[in-house]
Design a protein around this ligand. Sequence first.
Ligand code: AMP
Length: 175
Amino acid sequence: MNLKDTIRTIPDFPKKGIMFRDVTTLMTNRHAFAESIIQMCKPYQKMIIDNVVGIEARGFVFGAAAAYELGAGFVPVRKKGKLPFDTYEQDYDLEYGTDTLELHADAVRAQEKILLVDDLIATGGTAEAAIKVLRRAGANIIGAAFVIDLPELGGRKRIEAMGVAVTTLVEFEGH
Ligand code: AMP
């Protein structure tokens, strides 16, 4: 099973120059989806993970399946304004402007062991914001797992520099 071949690439989406790596074609392939979850969880199988934290929205799909596989709970990190209870917030820079991620203030207890999950790491700005908001809650972040790495954008190094181990399944060149 070559997971990379199941991911569709859409050139110039959502804007010119971006090669959009579309994981919906991996998700709809039952063999590829199962394989991606097995591979994603493998480095963490022998560890205790209390909660998997998924980043909205594709991180929910892989994160929830990984939580089930690891016997962990699931916690969502969402874009501002979606979570109904008290939250911790973290702003992060986009190419144009800023955005904000939120975590329910009572979702993660101090020292809880967390695996962060998203579909793709590019610059690492989104994952960095998620790590910051989790650390504010006192989380012990065991690792950050992604299906896709775009190594030229440097996200892995940025997250490793924060002291968080990064695992990824496939790499694509470019943006
Ligand atoms: P970044 O914060 O730069 O690491 O970007 C990661 C977030 O943006 C993830 O939630 C991805 O789903 C999305 N993303 C960034 N670049 C791409 C791309 N080329 N194809 C698909 N999704 C992307």
